[in-house]
Design a protein. Structure first.
Lengths: 236, 293
């Protein structure tokens, strides 16, 4: 059984259909990349999975349970964390406050301290800046905070939306390294990226979205050598 | 000595504005709406206490608790029935609804209690404090009002900074979507905010009517509007701002009444607001809005 199964998902913004019945699945332990051009429906897909946008039709099954109509805040204790596009850290709050909010649904204080240590280990920069307001961090640091905050909920599945957007090349490499390490710790990753080359280089499998439909899918390595993908997304 | 007396009474009046303004500013900060019915909750609270204490000879403490209970339930109900269905609707629709709720509350009170002004029995029975050989007298209500304001400020600040619900409120006020992704139930957080704001309005109503003991169904509107001004003055959305704004407003109002003209005092208060907003559009402690791309 797949960890996450999306079947025939349809989403509308008013009368405009953003997702035209897409289906895909994510197995335990994988890194799945969703790639595609602007407006293809990548962010919509993630936001529908995590309950921010309602689905018109189709089902989302997580650990065998239908979560299609579940309120977004109920998914966090089930083990789904979402690192949103544009990071959306709480700018007026400190780094530590942001991290604690990530663990909002957990109540065991000792376990929390443990997780905080793990997150600080993964992102030493966050520990150095724990009392600084999140809004004063650089883009790369904010991305780390958004990822650290998601890890605080101790997720089984982490959904990441454009983690490399707007970052300098050094940070991009660092962020992708970290994604691999998070996955190495046993967290399944569903990744949306414009940087298709980078995404495919770390993914297990990938799906290519084109205007609301899945155009191609397969092993990341195969897709990387696919002529169509090369031409459209890898600018070769 | 009389200046000091006017000044202290101004702080006391300002403390009432501040307590009301806290409700305005918290609801605005978290639900991003102006709850114009907030002033009328004050009136409902005062009538609840009036019913228990003045009509039935009940204990003042029971009267205050009744006001807090009635207003909390009322505030949460209004949010659930009138405002929640409009979440995501245009701000104008929400504003009009809030004005409608305000008229509804006034007219229901009119129906039950009539339009004649009621004599409110003060819930404070502390004797006045006489200082400087009796030249300066501070009434019991004044002292209790200022003390309540300080206690409320401390409790509220501690609640927001130290509790999970308080942190959730900060998160919701900044970004509802991101708060949802943390597992925060945004609707519940907003409901709790209305509950707190309405409970504070109840306390403000009881204090207001203890100091100015005539109670009508319209008692809440003017203090409500002034508290709204105080919230904007201090920087809407900011809790210390509401506090400072309320107290400054009360002091300006009382000093203008004493030294300039009691008829012009409201005009002076609102002129000061206009000047402050011209110089600092976000209010004294308001956050400058950063648009990040």
């Amino acid at each position: 059984m797949a960890l996450l199964e999306v079947n025939g998902l349809e989403v509308y913004y008013g009368v405009i259909q953003a997702l035209k019945g897409i289906s895909f699945d994510v197995e335990q332990g994988e890194i799945i990349a969703l790639i595609g051009a602007n407006g293809a429906g990548k962010t919509t897909t993630l936001q529908t999975i995590t309950g921010l946008i309602p689905a018109k039709a189709g089902t989302i099954i997580y650990e065998g349970r239908d979560i299609t109509r579940l309120a977004g805040h109920k998914l966090v204790p089930m083990g789904i964390a979402h690192v949103p596009e544009g990071r959306r850290v709480f700018a007026q709050l400190s780094v530590l406050q942001n991290l604690k909010l990530g663990a909002y649904t957990r109540s065991d204080k000792n376990e929390l301290e443990e997780t905080l240590k793990v997150v600080y280990n993964r992102f030493p920069r966050l520990e150095e800046r724990k009392n600084q307001l999140a809004g004063t961090l650089s883009g790369g640091e904010q991305q780390m905070l958004a990822m650290g905050r998601a890890l605080m909920s101790h997720p089984k599945l982490i959904v990441m939306d454009e983690p490399s957007m707007g970052l300098s090349p050094i940070y991009v490499n660092e962020i992708f390294d970290i994604i691999q390490k998070i996955n190495g710790d046993g967290v399944t990753v569903l990744l949306v990226e414009q940087n298709a080359k980078k995404a495919l280089s770390i993914a297990t499998r990938a799906y290519v979205l084109e205007t609301g439909s899945i155009a191609l899918s397969g092993d990341a390595g195969e897709l990387m050598n696919n002529d169509q993908v090369k031409k459209a997304y890898l600018s070769e | 000595m009389s200046f000091l007396s006017y000044f202290i009474n101004g702080i006391s009046l300002g403390s009432i504005y501040a307590i009301i303004a806290l409700g305005y500013t918290m609801v605005y900060g978290i639900a991003k709406m102006l709850n114009f019915a907030h002033g009328d909750i004050i009136m409902v609270g005062a009538f609840a206490t009036f019913t228990v204490v003045s009509t039935n000879g009940g204990n003042p403490i029971v009267g205050i608790l009744a006001a807090v209970l009635v207003c909390t339930v009322l505030g949460v109900t209004i949010e659930r029935v009138a405002y929640r269905p409009l979440r995501g609707a245009s701000p104008l629709a929400v504003l009009i609804t809030a004005i409608g709720v305000s008229y509804l509350l006034q007219n229901v009170a009119l129906l039950i209690f009539g339009s004649n002004s009621k004599q409110f029995t003060s819930v404070v029975n502390i004797p006045a404090l006489k200082l400087a050989d009796g030249q300066l007298s501070i009434s019991g209500v004044t002292m209790v009002t200022i003390a309540s304001c300080i206690v409320i400020m401390i409790v509220l600040t501690t609640f927001i900074n130290k509790t999970k619900m308080g942190q959730a409120m900060l998160a919701v006020s900044e970004d509802k979507g991101a708060a949802t992704l943390m597992g925060i139930d945004v609707n519940r957080t907003i409901a709790v905010t209305f509950a707190i704001g309405s409970a504070l309005a109840a306390i403000a109503g009881v204090l207001l009517c203890s100091a100015y003991p005539s109670l009508t169904p319209y008692t809440g509107s003017m203090p409500g509007i002034k508290a709204f001004v105080a919230a904007v003055f201090g920087g809407i959305g900011s809790i210390p701002g509401a506090m400072i704004g309320g107290i400054i407003l009360g002091v300006i109002e009382n000093l203008s009444k004493a030294y300039i003209s009691s008829q012009l005092s409201d005009a002076i208060v609102f002129s000061v607001l206009i000047i402050v907003l011209l110089v600092r559009p976000t209010g004294i402690l308001g956050k400058t809005i950063h648009e990040k791309v």
